[in-house]
Design a protein around this ligand. Structure first.
Ligand code: ADP
Length: 259
């Protein structure tokens, strides 16, 4: 995947893919990739054919979080065979670039890379393709919404004011692109002390739900700050794989945005 292609006119929607859902956030670090990987795994466990496209060009986390990192094959030098991990079909910009290399691309190059990952990857038949977007309101999110007949977007935020401020901008972008927002997810909502049982609201309380109500957008659910979630993500075995309460939380989230 490189940036030297100019985006073509017309649709970038892969043929066999029923729905494309973008997962966005206003800020980085709010857990967008954690949520994306776990939702993908949860959907796969529910028998869906799921793809996950890591379009977070500036910080692709899917290779690490899904425990898959090798270069995808391209037998004819054009089509790209996606990788498989935990029952999910995977493509990440990170598979194609050395891990330490910074991506310094301008808009048209980003769009070229996104287009390649959508149209040259053999996604096959999928019920849903989740796209882990870069944070913010940049070219990748805009191109995806304008060119790929996206079904809708999910926005992840923490309850903290500075995160919500930026989440609102992302919501505004989706609305101006006429992309339906399927719902908001509050991540890092609470912290439950394993020693004393006290529950702390480290980033504030309920802000995302309130925002969803104000904007008349579905509130999909709240996820706590959870040490095992972080450890599982770092180990490449998303928490949604097991049978913990967190896995159940992701399973019920996954049921909420796909009919
Ligand atoms: P983003 O994609 O928004 O940049 P990440 O998913 O990479 O965010 O998450 C940022 C960091 O926070 C990662 O180290 C991840 O493991 C951790 N993290 C995300 N969600 C949670 C959570 N609910 N509990 C604990 N750690 C989390």
């Amino acid at each position: 995947v490189g940036g030297h292609m100019k985006p073509q006119e017309g649709s970038m929607k892969p043929k066999g893919v029923k729905r494309i859902i973008g997962i966005g956030s206003g800020k980085g670090g709010v857990g967008k990739s954690t949520v994306s990987t776990n939702l993908a795994v949860a959907l796969a466990r529910q028998g869906r054919k799921v793809g996950l496209l890591d379009a977070d060009i500036y910080g692709p986390s899917v290779p690490r979080m899904m425990g898959v990192n090798k270069r995808p094959a391209s037998p004819d030098g054009k089509t790209i065979i996606p990788l498989q991990g935990h029952g999910v079909t995977l493509m990440s910009i990170g598979f194609m670039l050395p891990a330490e290399k910074a991506v310094v691309w301008r808009g048209p190059m980003l769009m070229g890379a996104l287009q390649q990952m959508l149209t040259q990857v053999e996604w096959g038949e999928l019920d849903v393709l989740l796209v882990d977007l870069p944070p913010g309101t940049g070219d990748v999110a805009m191109t995806l919404c304008q060119k790929s007949e996206v079904t809708g977007a999910i926005v992840v935020s923490t309850p903290q004011d500075v995160a919500l401020l930026d989440a609102r901008k992302a919501l505004d972008m989706f609305s101006s692109l006429k992309t339906p927002v399927l719902g908001l997810i509050e991540n890092m909502a609470t912290y439950h002390c394993p020693n004393c049982g006290h529950e702390a609201h480290i980033f504030g309380e309920g802000g995302v739900r309130t925002e969803a109500e104000k904007m008349d957008i579905p509130f999909l659910g709240a996820l706590p700050i959870d040490l095992d979630t972080r450890i599982a993500g770092d180990a490449g075995d998303p928490i949604a794989l097991g049978d913990s309460p967190m896995a159940e939380a992701y399973a019920s989230l996954a049921r909420r945005f796909i009919d």
